[in-house]
Design a protein around this ligand. Structure first.
Ligand SMILES: NC(=O)c1ccc[n+]([C@@H]2O[C@H](COP(=O)([O-])OP(=O)(O)OC[C@H]3O[C@@H](n4cnc5c(N)ncnc54)[C@H](OP(=O)(O)O)[C@@H]3O)[C@@H](O)[C@H]2O)c1
Length: 255
């Protein structure tokens, strides 16, 4: 272990959905540790995250793309890597959304939207990223899964299935990419304070008090607490960790 294992100077990273929430915290954590970071998100206005990246003292890049759309994804990673100077060290497949539906009321349309964003995009972007990482004989791919991949999920049917799929994707990719010194892991966050969970009312007083009964930590999480784990997985410190699903949930799943 070296003192500078968390120094990301000279490294580059792409974070999907890095404009807000968990992805934003991950993008900023990498930038604060010296990486040059490119964010891909849906909204055309990336000025907020670009300004925040700039404050870290490293250059930031923003690409607007509906990554659930196959034709919009085509060739995108090569275009981003070109802007990053030809190198890609870390890809974080983070962008996601959630429909509250059981198997009985999960519509085909919502199922397909979930699949396009949370399975097709990580699959496609990873395939686009691998040739760059292979050529460098170095790379980290991180999937943002969810606690719904392994716990509960009845009312999150499509979401839980896609998040289990992306965790399996990490394991299966890790198996075949380890020979190129590319490590692939997934993170399963419990409930984290973001627009997504604020919108769901998880942080409203009465709901919060009841939800945290299931969390031994006695609270829900903050985006920076996921970014810390993504920092570890993006660094040399995790060089022998591969194909794993890291649960980060304040003890919820061990309850
Ligand atoms: N928050 C939690 O408690 C929690 C728990 C477990 C897992 N997760 C997972 O963590 C990830 C991030 O969640 P979050 O809570 O940070 O969500 P969030 O605050 O809603 O942010 C989602 C990000 O994804 C981007 N995005 C959504 N759809 C997109 C599309 N079609 N094309 C491109 N970008 C798209 C959004 O882009 P715009 O900003 O441009 O709209 C935004 O930057 C998701 O995969 C989520 O499932 C979250």
């Amino acid at each position: 272990m070296k003192k500078n294992d968390l120094d990301f100077t000279g490294k580059t990273a792409i974070v999907t959905g890095g404009r807000r929430g968990i992805g934003r915290a991950i993008a900023l954590a990498y930038a604060e540790h010296g990486a040059e970071v490119a964010v891909i998100a849906k909204n055309h206005d990336g000025s907020g995250i670009l300004a925040d990246l700039e404050k870290t003292g490293t250059p930031g890049h923003y690409f607007s793309c509906d990554i659930g759309d196959e034709s919009s994804r085509r060739g995108l990673i090569a275009e981003v890597v070109k802007q990053l100077g030809g190198r890609l060290d870390i890809l974080v497949n983070n962008a996601g959304m959630q429909f509250y539906e059981t198997i009985e009321n999960c519509t085909e349309d919502n199922w397909k939207k979930s699949e396009a964003l949370m399975l097709d995009a990580p699959y496609d972007f990873s395939r686009q990223a691998i040739p760059f990482m292979k050529a460098q004989h170095n790379g980290k791919i991180i999937m943002i899964s969810s606690i719904c991949a392994i716990r509960e999920g009845g009312a999150n049917f499509g979401y839980g299935v896609m998040k289990a799929g992306v965790a399996a994707m990490a394991r299966c990719m890790a198996n075949s990419l380890a020979q190129y010194n590319i490590q692939v892991n997934a993170i399963a966050p419990g409930i984290i304070r973001t627009d997504l969970t604020e919108r769901q009312g998880c942080f409203e007083d009465h709901r919060y008090k009841s939800v945290i009964q299931k969390y031994p930590a006695g609270r829900l999480g903050e985006p920076e607490e996921i970014a810390g784990v993504a920092l570890f997985l993006g660094s040399n410190l995790s060089s022998f960790m591969d194909g794993q699903l890291l649960v980060v949930d304040g003890g919820f799943s061990g309850n």
